[in-house]
Design a protein around this ligand. Structure first.
Ligand code: CTP
Ligand code: MG
Length: 230
C-alpha cells in the first residue's frame, strides 16, 4: 500500500563530541566512511525511492555521487541545528514528492539500522499517520543534581528512547518544523515538532543496536554491530 518513499538524511553536523577536524560522518568505519554505510543501507531498501543528503555549508568531504544502488542521491545545504537541516532537506526534495507523501528522516550517524525495522515503521506508521522507531526505556532513570548525586528516581513506564528513521508526511512535517522554528524552539527530533503541532506519532519498537555514533568509542561498537544487523 505504501509505494516508495524518499529519505532525508541529515549529515550537516560537525561531530563535536567525537572531536577532531573531520566530521564524524566522514571518519572510517571498517575502512569506509560512516555515512556511506548508512546511505548504502538505505539505498538497498526496496521501499526507498531516493535519498536527499543534507550537507554542511563548508563540507569538503562529500564524494559527490549522484546515485546509489540505481537510486537518485541528491544533496542540499543544511543549517545550524539538526532541525534546520531536516527542514532544508524537505524543501529540497523533488517536486514529484507531494505534500501528502510520507518521507523518512534518518540520521547519517546511525549506520546499523535494520532493514526489517524500516519496513515495520513504514507498514505500521503509514496507517497511523506517521511514526518513529524507538525502544522503551529499560534502565532506571535518575534525576541528577548539580552536585553529581542522584536526588530522585523518575518513573520508567511510558518512557521511550527515540531513534530514527522517523516518518511523516512531507507537508505536515515541513509545517511543524517551520512552526517550531518561528516559535524559537529547537526540536531535537521530527516527532517533537509533530507533537507540538498536535499530532501523536506512533512509537514503533525497533532494535536497540540502531545506535547513533556519538563518541569516538562508538566507532568500535558500530563496526562490531554492522555485519550483525543488516
Ligand atoms: N546534523 C545536521 N545538521 C546539524 C546538526 C546535526 O544535519 N546542524 C546531523 C548530524 O550530521 C547527524 C545527525 O544530525 O547525522 C544527528 O546529530 P548528532 O549525532 O548530534 O551529530 P553532530 O551534531 O554532528 O554531533 P555533535 O552533536 O557531537 O556535534
Ligand atoms: Mg548534534
Amino acid at each position: 500500500m505504501s509505494g516508495r518513499l524518499w529519505c532525508v538524511v541529515p549529515a550537516a553536523g560537525r561531530g563535536t563530541r567525537v572531536g577532531g577536524d573531520i566530521p564524524k560522518q566522514y571518519l572510517p568505519l571498517g575502512g569506509k566512511p560512516l555515512i556511506l554505510h548508512t546511505l548504502e543501507r538505505l539505498a538497498a531498501h526496496p521501499q526507498v525511492a531516493g535519498l536527499m543528503v543534507v550537507l554542511g555549508a563548508r563540507d569538503e568531504h562529500w564524494p559527490g555521487a549522484g546515485e546509489l544502488a540505481g537510486k537518485p542521491l541528491l544533496t542540499c545545504v543544511g543549517g545550524a541545528e539538526r532541525c534546520d537541516s531536516v527542514l532544508a532537506g524537505l524543501r529540497a526534495l523533488p517536486a514529484a514528492v507531494t505534500d501528502a507523501a510520507f518521507v523518512l528522516v534518518h540520521d547519517a550517524a546511525r549506520p546499523c539500522v535494520r532493514t526489517a525495522d524500516i519496513a515495520r515503521l513504514i507498514e505500521l506508521g503509514i496507517p497511523a499517520g506517521g511514526g518513529l522507531l524507538g525502544a522503551p526505556l529499560r534502565d532506571t532513570l535518575k534525576r541528577a543534581g548539580d552536585d553529581g548525586r542522584s536526588h530522585d528516581t523518575e518513573p520508567r513506564d511510558h518512557r521511550w528512547r527515540a531513534f530514527t528513521p522517523q516518518m511523516f508526511r512531507r507537508g505536515e512535517l515541513s509545517a511543524a518544523l517551520l512552526a517550531a522554528s518561528l516559535a524559537g524552539v529547537t526540536v531535537s527530533d521530527e516527532a517533537m515538532a509533530m507533537e507540538r503541532a498536535g499530532f501523536a506519532p506512533l512509537l514503533v519498537e525497533g532494535a536497540e543496536d540502531n545506535i547513533k555514533v556519538t563518541t569516538a568509542a562508538d566507532f568500535a561498537l558500530a563496526e562490531f554491530l554492522l555485519p550483525r544487523t543488516q
